[in-house]
Design a protein around this ligand. Structure first.
Ligand SMILES: [Zn+2]
Length: 322
């Protein structure tokens, strides 16, 4: 698998410091201001054709700014961070916007969030669902965009046994499942990323008896179809909610519109295959701009819904819809 080798080298280059900053040091950061109730009183609900979309927050993450424009270095990288955040900073706080789709008798949740094991500022999804009067037992379908910690580690409750959404069917990209559960995954990935694989395996295997592998064009429910969007992870998928202008739920194809719509060629530091991720990002943004679709961006400021337009410099512009 020659194509994987190059990706692996880039993945290795993320290095120990970045992973530790993500999973360990962030636990000790003080002043985590946004909590479970940050969006409770301003829940964003809107129709998309016959489907009702509710955006529910899982809280926020604390991430090193090295993941912003990870293909830039030195003064160029500092300038990129300053452009996005207003000044050069060590960390930033991407939010986590989950789509909850009420479609006929189905209640479809996109990703389960960080759960209780990742970062203390995240894992607020169940609390925010409760605040909005939504019983996790009423969720009939869960779609994983990909199996990174902030998207699947909320699958099990703290006891490691009980499903947070006990009555749901689950859906994941076939290539995503194959990647994380491959016998050689712990050889392919550097040791610093083994917790990612362990977590992905724990959560995917916990639902394996109710898990459906999906591919481009598959319908989750009528009017909600899968778009293959590999690159950030090998089997990353996005969703198209049809009706009205159409809504593309982008997962992590875009790191944050603040840097990845206006700069689609900036590598989002967790992109497994940066070149493929850029191509996918450009393709999906181009499609949204051409078709007039709205996008729902997972790591954008809440609620992360907006429109995309092509710009003269070959990039795109994001306009939030409120
Ligand atoms: Zn993410």
């Amino acid at each position: 698998m020659t194509s994987r080798t190059g990706s692996d080298l880039r993945f290795v280059r993320l290095g120990r410091r970045r992973f530790l900053a993500l999973s360990g040091a962030a636990l000790a950061l003080p002043g985590l201001a946004r909590g479970a109730w940050a969006h409770g009183s301003e829940t964003h609900v809107f129709p998309m054709g016959d489907i009702e979309v509710t955006v529910v927050s899982d809280g926020h993450l604390v991430i090193p700014t090295s993941v912003i424009a990870a293909n830039l270095t030195g003064a160029e990288h500092d300038a990129a961070v300053a452009e996005v955040l207003g000044s050069v900073q060590e960390t930033f706080q991407p939010e986590t916007n989950h789509a909850l789709l009420r479609a006929g008798s189905d209640l479809v949740l996109v990703d389960t969030g960080s759960g209780p094991r990742f970062q203390p500022s995240a894992g607020k999804l169940l609390a925010n669902l409760a605040f909005n009067g939504i019983d996790p037992g009423d969720v009939t379908k869960v779609v994983f965009t990909h199996a990174h910690p902030d998207h699947v580690w909320g699958t099990l409750l703290e006891d490691d046994k009980t499903l947070a959404f006990p009555n749901a069917e689950y859906f994941v990209g076939a290539a995503e499942f194959d990647f994380w559960t491959a016998p050689d995954i712990f050889t392919v990935l550097p040791a610093d990323f083994h917790p990612f694989a362990e977590g992905a395996q724990r959560d995917l295997m916990a639902v394996t008896d109710r898990l459906t592998m999906v591919r481009e064009g598959d319908a989750i429910v009528p009017g909600v179809t899968v778009i293959d969007t590999p690159g950030h992870t090998p089997g990353h998928v996005s969703l198209l909610v049809e009706g009205g202008p159409g809504l593309i739920i982008t997962g992590d194809v875009i790191g944050d519109p603040a840097f990845n719509v206006s700069h689609p060629d900036w590598v989002f530091g967790f992109d497994f295959d940066p070149e493929m991720a850029i191509a996918t990002r450009r393709s999906l943004l181009g499609r949204a701009a051409a078709d007039g679709n709205q996008i729902l961006s997972y790591h954008a400021p809440y609620p992360g819904v907006g429109t995309v337009a092509a710009t003269d410099d070959g990039a795109f512009a994001f306009t939030a819809v409120s």
